[in-house]
Design a protein around this ligand. Structure first.
Ligand SMILES: NC(=O)c1ccc[n+]([C@@H]2O[C@H](COP(=O)([O-])OP(=O)(O)OC[C@H]3O[C@@H](n4cnc5c(N)ncnc54)[C@H](OP(=O)(O)O)[C@@H]3O)[C@@H](O)[C@H]2O)c1
Length: 328
């Protein structure tokens, strides 16, 4: 179990054992800001930001495509307003290599400069390829990342949604250029255990690549507040198993949480991920959610709990299309 955090390979960038996902910040279609979620406001985001940092959850994950750049803009304004806290945070963002970006080197450099401007920082701590959806070779993408690093625009480089063979291929291409692949951000939760069973986590471990788990609370489904009678709102279509089946998992999360002194289903779901030495990056829309998610740290499930949850977890499969095209 890793609750001490990681130093990203080949860099001096350290990250805590858990981070915060900021897709919801500024996004309307999936997460409802300015739409169905009237409680998701600039003020609630600022509280989530402050509560997370105060609890030592200092890694924030965003992307150029979240809210059409709005997530990065919000983080930029939070950093500017709070220089003391800004000093302790690690910012991860992403480049979307849409297939029509044939000049991937030029596109990536333009994208990272855009991100830097929105974030208001001189360099991104961790810059990730959002997914393996480019027609260009692993070598071309590795060269683009390496060039951004040479120019001092990014400190560490990673990927997202890469399979074991894709991780191996791009890590090899980066190695040739003297750069280490730092991370692979993947959907990993009790609603999708596949990365553990198909060898992806083992490959990351072998290559020293840190795995980050996105949608670790199953886009809110594993929090226990949504049920078959109260399904989640918005376009949350990752691992959208029938809620009757998800209800059985949340019942078990509740039972295990009780055993550990009243931990919530979300906290148990996040602790299960950290038990696999994977860094969950749960989204938080408010101080209450950020505080609760931070409480997934500082205690451990026992081996028996992990075995029970492993057996209950959904194996999980997703199409490429559902991975990418819902990002606003
Ligand atoms: N690389 C990729 O392709 C990719 C894809 C998806 C996500 N991501 C990243 O991963 C991050 C996290 O994933 P995600 O946002 O999809 O899903 P998630 O973290 O599993 O779920 C987040 C949502 O669950 C609810 N929630 C959070 N904490 C809660 C708590 N303690 N109690 C009750 N409800 C709680 C909130 O929504 P409600 O309150 O509205 O229910 C919140 O927006 C994203 O923000 C993004 O940074 C990356």
């Amino acid at each position: 179990m890793s609750q001490t955090g990681f130093v990203l390979p080949g860099t001096d960038v350290s990250i805590p054992p858990m981070g915060v996902g900021t897709w919801a910040w500024g996004d309307r279609a999936t997460w409802g800001m300015g739409g169905y979620d009237t409680e998701l406001t600039r003020a609630s985001i600022e509280e989530a930001w402050q509560a997370s940092i105060d609890a030592g959850v200092t890694l924030f994950d965003t992307a150029e495509v979240y809210g059409g750049g709005e997530s990065e803009r919000i983080i930029g304004s939070l950093l500017a307003a709070d220089p003391a806290r800004a000093k302790v945070v690690t910012i991860a963002t992403k480049f979307m290599p849409f297939p029509w970006k044939v000049d991937v080197g030029g596109s990536l450099l333009r994208a990272v400069r855009g991100s830097l401007e929105r974030l208001g920082v001189a360099a991104v701590d961790l810059y990730q390829i959002h997914g393996p959806i480019s027609f260009r070779s692993h070598g071309a993408l590795a060269e683009a990342l390496a060039e951004a690093r040479r120019q001092g625009l990014v400190r560490a480089v990673g990927v997202s949604n890469y399979s074991a063979s894709e991780v191996r291929a791009i890590a090899g291409e980066l190695d040739k250029r003297g750069v280490k692949l730092a991370s692979n951000q993947i959907e990993f939760s009790l609603l999708r255990r596949e990365p553990e069973t198909n060898g992806l986590l083992a490959t990351c471990r072998e290559l020293g690549v840190v795995p980050l788990a996105y949608s670790p609370i199953g886009q809110g489904r594993l929090s226990g507040k949504y049920t078959a009678h109260n399904p989640p709102p918005g376009r949350r279509n990752f691992s959208a198993h029938p809620m009757q089946l998800v209800d059985k998992v949340t019942a078990e999360l509740r039972r295990i949480g009780e055993k550990h002194g009243g931990k919530t289903p979300s906290q148990v779901a996040l602790n299960w991920i950290m038990a696999k030495a994977v860094v969950p990056i749960p989204g938080a829309k408010s101080r209450a959610q950020a505080d609760q998610n931070a409480g997934a740290r500082g205690w451990s499930l026992d081996a028996e709990d992990v075995t029970v949850l492993d057996a209950l977890a959904f194996p999980g499969r997703r199409t490429l299309q559902s991975r990418f095209w819902q990002h606003g």
